[in-house]
Design a protein around this ligand. Structure first.
Ligand SMILES: *[C@@H]1O[C@H](CO)[C@@H](O)[C@H](O)[C@H]1NC(C)=O
Length: 463
């Protein structure tokens, strides 16, 4: 079987730089979906007129529970203050666009007045009803309310302060949003499109556990051909399975109780380990470590020294984004940091593969073993393309899916991303599996000639 790299070469992107740019632009839009759970938000002396607090996808029988305490105003509110200008509301994105137009046309002066939003609570209700005796009763500084949502949609919970004039508001907000299962009456704390996520993650966890078992069987059977990288691949598989298990448990706890009960910590730990090990594996395979050469060159080590700390930063950003919610002022900054770091990691892991391809091409020309080197070259080119496809799919296509599908089908983008990841793991394992009869070294003269010929054609291709 002679290597035929030329058609493949033609199919390869001729400008990796352009691919990288596409990746960067695409990933720049990526936003991880907000987790839905009971959220406690501390608002301290906040002068913002619009404060987003949380997002949730309601079904036909949704409930928003608000428990707010310790309401303070700075400067202290006088009795004349029009408290109806302060309050909480729910709004869909479409409704919000409408409100912005109304505000622009001066149809309303405050989002709370628009009929497009669902008013959950306005602060004039803090004042006790006037009593016949006319006794002055102090304004309450806390309230609890439950608000029913019957119109399904993806809503954002927002606090609006339309008083202006530098009035700062402080309060402790506990917000819980859930759907009520019409059959059982149980509360479902995951958004309408996310309630199937626990089972989806669990199924994928089983798939990876199966893959890990199969890999162990292969390692035992082909013991003679096993390199260190193959054990590393096993570790990556196991970490991925554990990560999915923690995510399934995390989501299922949130679904039932509204809080993660510590599973989120496990999830973050395994995410972190999985992220580091996967990127390291891609770099190691890209360099050909352990099956082409037993060492890493200096510049290859440098890539690892960039990627690993960046993964640490990415994971910290991920934790901050998930745990703080849209309220935090630096939420957007952390999102941008996460994106940037992710993009840099994705680009960095491609370099070792490109270097390997260059080295192999030069070796093929100089050492006379054209066929052997060309086969390796083809393998590495395939891997390069597959890594790019994997990164592009999981970062850009999945995000696009998330944006264009309705909130009710949020799970489809998760399934698409996990399927792509599974395919990537299977491809990597299959292409770099331990082989006793290494096809690289069983090549006759005829094939050698054909390969040398192919190599000449191949020179036209420049990576
Ligand atoms: C929050 O408010 C809801 C609705 O009024 C109430 O049922 C619930 O007990 C309150 N929870 C807490 C922790 O105060």
């Amino acid at each position: 079987m002679a290597a035929s790299p030329s058609p493949r070469a033609a199919a390869l992107p001729r400008r990796p730089a352009a691919v990288l740019l596409l990746l960067v632009l695409g990933a720049a839009m990526l936003v991880p979906p907000a987790a839905a759970e009971i959220r406690e938000t501390l608002i301290r002396s906040d002068p913002r007129s619009i404060i987003p607090l949380d997002e949730f996808g309601f079904s036909h029988s949704g409930v928003l529970e608000l428990n707010v305490s310790g309401i303070t105003f700075d400067p202290p509110a006088s009795a004349e203050l029009d408290l109806s200008q302060l309050g909480f509301f729910l709004s869909t994105l479409d409704a919000w666009v409408h409100v912005l137009r109304q505000l622009q046309d001066l149809d309303v002066t405050c989002a709370l007045q628009s009929e497009s939003v669902k008013l959950a609570f306005t602060f004039d209700r803090l004042r006790p009803p006037s009593n016949p005796a006319g006794v002055e009763v102090a304004r309450s500084s806390s309230f609890s309310t439950a608000f029913r949502v019957s119109e399904p949609g993806q809503y954002t919970l927002v606090f609006a302060n339309c008083l202006g004039g530098g009035l700062k508001v402080g309060m402790d907000v506990r917000s819980a949003m859930y759907n009520v299962d019409p059959a059982t009456g149980d509360r479902q704390y995951l958004s309408a499109g996310a309630s199937s996520l626990p089972s989806i993650y669990f199924l994928f966890c089983l798939a990876y556990a199966g893959l890990a078992a199969a890999w162990v069987a292969i390692l035992l059977r082909k013991r003679a051909a096993v390199f260190r990288i193959h054990y590393f691949m096993l570790a990556v598989l196991v970490l991925k399975a554990l990560n999915l298990l923690a995510e399934a448990e995390d989501k299922s706890c949130i679904e039932r109780t509204g809080t993660a009960h510590g599973w989120d910590v496990l999830f973050y730990i395994f995410s972190f380990l999985k992220g580091i090990s996967l990127f390291t594996l891609i770099v190691l395979i890209g360099t050909g470590w352990s099956f082409l050469k037993p060492y890493l060159a200096d510049k290859e080590k440098k890539v690892l020294m960039v990627v690993i700390p960046l993964q640490v930063v990415a994971n910290i950003a991920q934790v901050v984004i998930d745990e703080s919610g849209p309220y935090a002022r630096d939420w957007v900054t952390w999102k941008q940091i996460f994106l940037l770091v992710d993009v840099v990691c994705c680009c960095a892991v491609l370099f070792p593969i490109v270097w390997s391809i260059k080295n192999l091409r030069e070796a093929a020309r100089s050492d006379g073993k054209a066929a052997v080197n060309l086969m390796k070259l083809t393998l590495f080119r395939q891997y390069y393309v597959v890594v790019i496809c994997y990164i592009y799919f999981t970062r850009v296509v999945v995000y696009a899916l998330q944006t264009i599908t309705s909130y009710r089908y949020l799970w489809t983008s998760v399934v698409a991303g996990e399927l792509a990841t599974l395919a990537f793991y299977v491809f990597t394992g299959y292409k770099f599996r331990p082989e006793v009869h290494n096809p690289y070294f069983a090549i006759d003269d005829e094939e050698e000639e054909a390969a040398a010929e192919a190599l000449k054609l191949d020179d036209e291709f420049e990576l």
